[in-house]
Design a protein around this ligand. Sequence first.
Ligand code: NAP
Length: 265
Amino acid sequence: MTIRVAIAGARGKMGMEAVHTIMKNESMELVAALDYKEVGTTLAALDEFPNDYEIPIYINFSELVQHTKPDVLVDLTNPHCVYERTKEALLHNVRPVVGTTGFTDEQLEELQQLAKEKQLGCIIAPNFAIGAILMMKFAKDAVKYFPDVEIIEMHHDQKLDAPSGTGIKTAQLISQARGAKEQGHPNEKETHTGARGADFEGMRIHSVRLPGLVAHQQVLFGGTGELLTIRHDSLNRSSFMGGVVFSIEKVMKSNTLIYGLENIL
Ligand code: NAP
């Protein structure tokens, strides 16, 4: 069966890569793009895409669903709209595959409940790169031996949310294995606000934003007389595409919300 895919965020850095990936995949059909402003009637009308990408662009999601009947909505947009978009997809019986980061815990819980009620698959993946999933898995293992840990995540300077979804997901996984722990000196004091990074159950997450970066993360463990660093680098956005294809296939066979590819790989 060919999977009918719609995409939100097609003009973006991740979206463009995903459009080409889906167009090349023989078991998928890209049926529509979802935008929030008038940019053209089809992807072919945009400079970013070849002339034969006759994929219609919609602004209204109900119309998109009515006209193109997608099975899956891939969301690669931004943290401000992603929750509403994902909810709207589920309400229209379209299975979301979401790469956009920036969900709150409450939003994740609500979407989990909605996916359950609708008996629909929904995949929210803070990171689609296999190496990043392994980094998180290894970090969860390592913390049993090295309970003092700090995370440094580094991204391009156009990223809107901080810490990154991967940074938060890594902290959550580590916290499952370790629990809360006060780190550093009990009397430490920041002379400049933010110097010690974000506090996640005692773990510190530092967010670096610079042009030239794509998506990188180090998980630093400190022990007695030794240090362990687990590092992952996405050097370009093709690193995420295997995970996008895998998620589109997987979401069709699922009837619950899955948060993080480590749960299904
Ligand atoms: P980007 O280049 O800024 O692309 C986002 C695109 O979405 C832009 O074209 C933007 O249009 C469009 N957009 C904004 N609001 C929209 C809406 N309501 N409906 C439809 N389209 C909308 O960002 P990116 O680097 O591609 O990243 C996109 C998201 O993926 C971010 O949240 C990022 O953190 C995440 N990400 C995830 C992974 C992963 O592995 N899960 C990897 C990398 C990035 P305008 O520019 O015209 O506003």
